[in-house]
Design a binder for this molecule. Structure first.
Ligand code: AKG
Length: 274
């Protein structure tokens, strides 16, 4: 369970940083797989194993992470993260979609998006009966150190409760100010944020490559993207991520429940013990 301090700060700010989620060997294995995948040389689109896209020449993103090698799959229900997913999304939470992002020095900004207004179905954030009920929730793993000022994830703290849409003059990120936070992260740490939080990407200025993983979850009754084809790649229509989309057949019951299609009625708790 989240502590009362964590719950207060998450509700206040719309995000939280968890330190030391990944152990050194997990970090090493994830980075090693990414080295082998060589995403910089993937051609954009869904032609092969990856669903890959670019934002300029210095940023590449590729999914779907649930199909990546086992070190990535093991993050789906990481024991440090499950209590937060349960508290923020409900006990029947599910994995919706995810990708890896690499940025080199000179990587471009991605304008601010999300926000408390207008209230968009799919990214709503509410608190009722003392319980946080987020819709789309992002778990962002840092596979490298991110110092404040390096760029990467930026957020407007508290903006998930904003009553006004973010003006385009601010959303463009052309004039960042003290209202915007570039979230520093140590390699192996995690930022959890509600998609209702206004957030985006600042240009990457550090000499080392940025490596971030995005795992996005929803309550068990909803899907944000409905665009996995039968082979697990994202498509404009089709099914949801499934264990059968992985090469490996040894999925645990919990992992299978995490990847279940969305529904409400008589859905089992994803981690009955948590
Ligand atoms: O660069 C980041 O960490 C934020 C990326 C982002 O805003 C998104 O994927 O929606």
């Amino acid at each position: 369970m989240m502590t009362v301090e964590e719950r207060y700060l998450f509700d206040l700010q719309g995000y939280m940083v968890l330190e030391d989620v990944l152990k050194a060997d997990e970090l090493r294995d994830l980075n090693q797989v990414l080295d082998e995948y060589d995403l910089w040389n993937e051609s954009p689109g869904q032609g092969g194993f990856f669903d890959s896209w670019r934002n300029g020449d210095h940023q590449v993103s590729a999914g779907p992470v649930h199909r990546f090698a086992k070190p990535f799959r093991q993050l789906l229900g990481h024991t440090r993260i499950v209590p937060y997913l349960t508290d923020l999304l409900g006990k029947q939470f599910r994995f919706d979609h995810g990708h890896a992002m690499l940025m080199k020095k000179g990587g471009e900004a991605l304008a601010l998006h999300g926000g408390g207004a207008p209230k968009e179905p799919g990214i709503r954030y509410e608190v009722a009966d003392g319980q946080i009920r987020s819709e789309l929730l992002v778990v962002e793993y840092a596979l490298c150190d991110v110092a404040e000022g390096d760029g990467g994830l930026c957020v407007v703290p508290g903006s998930h409760k904003s009553n006004f849409a973010c003006p385009s003059s601010l959303a463009s990120l052309e004039k960042p100010g003290a209202w915007l936070r570039n979230v520093p992260q140590k390699a192996g740490s995690v930022v959890i944020f509600t998609e209702a939080l206004t957030h985006g990407t600042l240009p990457w200025t550090a000499d080392h490559e940025r490596r971030a993983l995005f795992y996005r979850y929803t309550p068990g009754y909803m899907a944000f993207v409905g665009r996995y084809r039968e082979d697990g790649l994202e498509a404009s229509d089709g099914g949801y991520p499934q264990p059968s989309h992985s090469e490996e057949g040894d999925w645990s019951p919990e992992e299978r429940r995490i990847l279940e299609a969305p529904y409400f009625w008589q859905r089992d708790d994803t981690f009955p013990e948590s």
